[in-house]
Design a protein around this ligand. Structure first.
Ligand code: URP
Ligand code: ZN
Ligand code: ZN
Length: 460
């Protein structure tokens, strides 16, 4: 099977030009002007449209037992939502609980995706405890194709590690060339502040921010940076939300610490006033770290433009408004944390980033695809458009105009955090390794086509 994408404006992290792209089997085989279509090739007219490399979301939760419930998507709804939104590869956090076995956890998460996912996938291996048995299993998991770990400095008792475990995890990562992704918030400060707020009768969703102010996140980043400095491990701060935390990462980078910074589309577009909405509506906007004061948005956009922030993810983590968010109706600490946005990341980043002039097209492609592929050992198979790369392509219509709505979304959820928001442009055709998965903005892909991507560590 071959596909010829004609006359599109190809945009990568560094180039922009009009040409045809020939995909044969799963791979891009030729890029040139005026390629003649081979017999039986499907020809896709991309005149007037952009062609981007398939986007990669480096931080999602599809299957997650968390805060007494389970996230709502599976790889059927999750991969459809990803693809309609232009994301052709997911990297999910594999999060076995502290009481669980790492290898069994890895196999359990893998089972959720294999045979169901319509897009490609990999995992960051969660390290929720570190002992001799776990170390052995982590070595085995790396041999099976995982090149990144995930640690939580928050959520102690569930996934969080103590400082001895953190140190040993980073030492092992350094030895194996694995990059360590980290949720950075100081757990003790959160627990103490939560107790104080609840004792004062402050129970509504807006108090979530008060329990985890910027200093809590900045301390988490500083903490991780100290351990990274002393072990030499490569680190990746997930979902960084504010100036105070970014300052700590920049200071560490300046003294030679190996650190990458991810922000989320939610922090770039939403602010803490959303979590203050009345009638418990604010619960839709409870995630950790919390949505911040609006002044942080400009700092994060500038950080992306200047290369101080490397990637934009979603931390997609869906809990519904009808039955799950109300678990914290009388106690904000029990609201399941997460603001889903897997389907909307690219359209929002394009509409509210590129179209407003906050970032250029190359920064957009870099932050949502190329840099992710480079950091997580997928480049140049993923993350760019060149002969030999996987034929993961997004034909993007910049003239499309629409609105986000729960009524049209593919995510398995009863609300959209972006209900009614305008979108300028969207993916019209999306391919995954040479198969069309989205046409005219509609999912036409095949569940089970998605492959587990074996990754080899490079961060020695
Ligand atoms: O609120 C969030 N971020 N939910 C998902 C779990 C996590 O911390 O990544
Ligand atoms: Zn997190
Ligand atoms: Zn997460």
């Amino acid at each position: 099977m071959s596909i010829l994408i004609k006359n599109g404006e190809i945009v990568t992290a560094s180039e922009r030009y009009v040409a045809d792209i020939l995909c044969e089997g799963e791979t891009i085989t030729r890029i040139d002007k005026n390629i003649t279509a081979p017999k039986s090739a499907e020809v896709i007219d991309a005149k007037g449209k952009f062609v981007f490399p398939g986007f990669i979301d480096p931080h999602v939760h599809i299957y997650l037992p968390f805060m007494g419930t389970f996230s709502k998507d599976d790889y059927i709804t999750g991969s459809e939502a990803a693809l309609v939104g232009g994301t052709t590869t997911l990297i999910e956090m594999c999060c076995p609980a502290r009481k669980d076995d790492a290898l069994e956890g890895f196999e359990l998460w893998m089972k959720q995706a294999v045979g169901k996912s319509a897009c490609d996938f990999s995992f960051h291996m969660g390290v929720s405890k570190f002992d001799d048995a776990t170390e052995k299993q982590l070595r085995e998991i790396v041999k099976r194709g995982i090149s990144s770990f995930k640690i939580f400095l928050a959520y102690k008792g569930a996934f969080g590690v103590d400082d001895t475990e953190l140190y040993r995890t980073l030492k092992l990562a350094k030895e194996l060339g694995v990059i360590v992704t980290a949720h950075c918030e100081n757990e003790t400060l959160i627990a103490e502040r939560q107790k104080e707020l609840l004792a004062a009768g402050k129970t509504d969703p807006s108090q979530h921010h008060e329990s985890r102010p910027p200093a809590v996140e900045a301390e988490g980043v500083h903490h991780l940076m100290t351990f990274a400095e002393l072990t030499g491990a490569a680190t990746y701060i997930v979902h960084l939300s504010c100036k105070e935390a970014l300052d700590q990462a920049i200071a560490a980078r300046q003294r030679g610490v190996r650190v990458n910074v991810e922000t989320l589309i939610q922090y770039l577009t939403l602010d803490k006033t959303y979590a203050e909405k009345p009638k418990f509506e604010g619960a839709k906007y409870v995630m950790s770290p919390p949505l911040r004061d609006k002044r942080n948005q400009e700092i994060l956009w500038n950080g992306l433009r200047d290369g101080l922030v490397q990637t934009v993810a979603t931390d997609h983590c869906p809990f519904d408004f009808k039955t799950q968010k109300p678990m914290g109706k009388n106690d904000f600490t029990k609201i399941p944390n997460g603001i889903p946005s897997l389907e909307e990341r690219i359209n929002l980043l394009y509409t509210y980033g590129v179209k407003t002039g906050k970032i250029d097209l190359h920064t957009f492609v870099n932050a949502a695809s190329t840099q992710v592929a480079k950091t997580f050992d997928l480049f140049p198979r993923k993350g760019t458009i060149q002969p030999g790369a996987d034929a993961d392509l997004v034909v993007f219509d910049p003239n499309y105009r629409g609105k986000i709505s729960v009524k049209t979304q593919h995510m398995n959820l009863d609300y959209s955090a972006f209900e009614g928001w305008k979108i300028e442009g969207r993916p019209s055709v999306v391919t995954v390794r040479g198969q069309v998965a989205v046409r005219d903005g509609k999912f036409v892909g095949k569940h089970g086509h998605g492959k587990f991507l074996q990754r080899k560590p490079s961060h020695f």
